[in-house]
Design a protein around this ligand. Structure first.
Ligand code: GUN
Length: 283
């Protein structure tokens, strides 16, 4: 039997519709959420991401600024821009697209972003609040994963969730969020010796390792929920997840495709964070 497909595009469209309604209500109070995106250099993938963020702002009625800076921009120049955006009343969210050119210290830039405008959720104060369980701006892809699972009608509490990958951007925060939702969480990574055995114990398997089609059916318990965070560009130009979708969907329960699963959720969660930041800024 083939598993149900979790449609990330549909879920994302539904959330955007509710955001649009909130934006309309805020507009009546004279409030427009504002997002500043900063791109340094000409990385082609980053250019696409930034264009999509700009488009989402336009689509949802946000104020948007995109700062495209040359790869030669110095760290001081970038810090000066971040400081200026921190002070700007019409900007509620600041996103500096990563990766940055090698001569710029990413940590110094992230640390400089005002905590309340850090819509990526990468600032150490937001990360710390996530660990503690206090209110914070949540990192977008992990928040999107949780939202997808919930909106697919899947109960998280009491389940065994296995997260494969321990990156700061996905693996670590997604495991904390699953724990916050009362799952029992196991984390696997490149040095885990019995990964398939652990993965097969998962009721919910979240994969974020950046290796195309790495997880096959031997990693999946029959009926398990499979969330694929991978986005790998194959030599033929096609996009592939970390999960071998064709074989896994024959054994799994609900599963996300790539593209059309977690991907569409990330920008939507960024827009939600910006809306949250705007509402907090206006009391
Ligand atoms: N580059 C790839 N993904 C991301 C992200 O989520 N945020 C930022 N700022 N840069 C990225």
């Amino acid at each position: 039997m083939t598993a149900p497909i979790i449609n990330g595009k549909q879920v994302s469209d539904d959330i955007r519709e509710s955001i649009r309604q909130e934006v309309a209500a805020l507009a009546k109070q004279g409030v427009t959420p504002g997002l500043a995106v900063v791109l340094v250099g000409e990385d082609p993938a980053s250019q696409v991401y930034v264009r999509n963020k700009e488009k989402a702002c336009h689509d949802l009625g946000y104020y948007s600024e995109v700062h495209r800076l040359p790869a030669s921009t110095s760290q001081e120049e970038l810090l000066a821009l971040v400081h200026k955006l921190n002070e700007q009343q019409n900007i509620n969210g600041i996103l500096v697209q990563l990766p940055l050119p090698k001569h710029i210290d990413e940590k110094a830039i992230i640390d400089a972003i005002a905590v309340e405008k850090d819509v990526d959720g990468f600032h150490p104060v937001n990360v710390g609040n996530l660990v503690i369980g206090d209110d914070s701006l949540l990192p977008c892809t992990p928040a999107g994963v949780i939202e997808l699972i919930k909106r697919a009608g899947i109960e998280i509490a009491g389940k065994h969730a296995v997260v494969i990958g321990r990156s700061n951007i996905v693996g670590k925060p997604v495991s904390l969020l699953l724990q916050r939702e009362n799952a029992t969480v196991t984390m696997c990574h490149s040095r885990t010796t019995n990964m398939a055995e652990l993965a097969r114990q998962a009721d919910i398997l979240v994969v974020a390792i950046g290796k195309a089609n790495f997880i096959d059916a031997s990693y999946v318990k029959p009926g398990a929920v499979v969330i694929d965070v991978g986005m790998n560009r194959l030599e033929n130009g096609k996009l592939a997840g970390d999960v071998d979708f064709e074989s896994v969907k024959e054994v799994s329960g609900p599963i996300t495709p790539v593209p059309g699963g977690v991907g569409p959720m990330t920008i939507t969660m960024l827009m939600r964070n910006t809306l949250v930041a705007a509402k907090r800024a206006h009391g």
